[in-house]
Design a protein around this ligand. Structure first.
Ligand code: GRF
Length: 199
């Protein structure tokens, strides 16, 4: 099966996917890596793994007076050309509209989000969880892989793992603990999605 991975930054989750393909725990090929940022370090990871890359910044559309919808449609068209069985959003920081998602069958697009279902949707989830913990509002947080629908981080979860927050934790401690769970869960989520897609 073919996977297309979308990134916007450091790409540590992309690296986990690359490593899993190389060590056989993810039986698929990564056909393309798309980045919304030209400066994303994840692009170097893809290049080092000889994976084709596409830099596709939204700003170029804005500068050309083109709409967000046009961006989404063109992005979907470019990805479709690689005929992916699965599209994985791994640290992708743009909201994808229905005009993007309707090009892909249900279940084909999954996202990794560093929070429990419905708890801290959107950006900066780890810091928001940490602050909620410090206010005594939550005892722990988590990571999930979910199917992507137009509502941000609201699709049906396919993998969920709770992550403990310790009294002694700094935000960095929690980030590190969450990222290590992410790097495992994104593989498990991709395998589960591929299994559900029978590919
Ligand atoms: C991760 O917490 C990811 O879930 C979030 O961005 C962070 C960085 O991901 N969306 P990566 O290192 O770019 O994969």
């Amino acid at each position: 099966p073919r996977i297309v991975v979308l990134i916007s930054g450091f790409g540590s989750n992309l690296q986990a996917l690359i490593d899993a393909v190389n060590n056989g725990t993810l039986k698929a090929t990564i056909s393309l890596v798309v980045s919304s940022k030209a400066t994303a370090y994840g692009l170097k990871r893809a290049e080092a793994a000889n994976i084709p890359t596409l830099v596709f910044p939204l700003q170029a559309y804005r500068d050309a007076g083109k709409s967000r919808i046009e961006y989404d449609i063109d992005l979907a068209t470019k990805i479709k050309a690689y005929e992916p069985d699965l599209v994985v959003l791994a640290g992708w920081m743009l909201i994808l509209s229905n005009q993007f998602l309707e090009h892909f069958a249900q279940k084909t697009v999954i996202n990794l989000h560093p929070a429990l279902p419905g708890q801290f949707d959107g950006t900066d989830a780890i810091r928001r969880a940490y602050e909620a913990y410090k206010r005594g509002e939550i005892q722990n947080t988590g990571v999930m892989v979910h199917k992507v629908i137009p509502e941000v981080d609201r699709g049906e979860p396919i993998m969920v793992e709770e992550v403990a927050i310790l009294e002694t934790d700094t935000l960095d401690d929690l980030e590190a603990r969450i990222h290590s769970v992410e790097h495992r869960l994104i593989i498990a989520g991709a395998n589960k999605a591929l299994h559900e897609l029978n590919v």
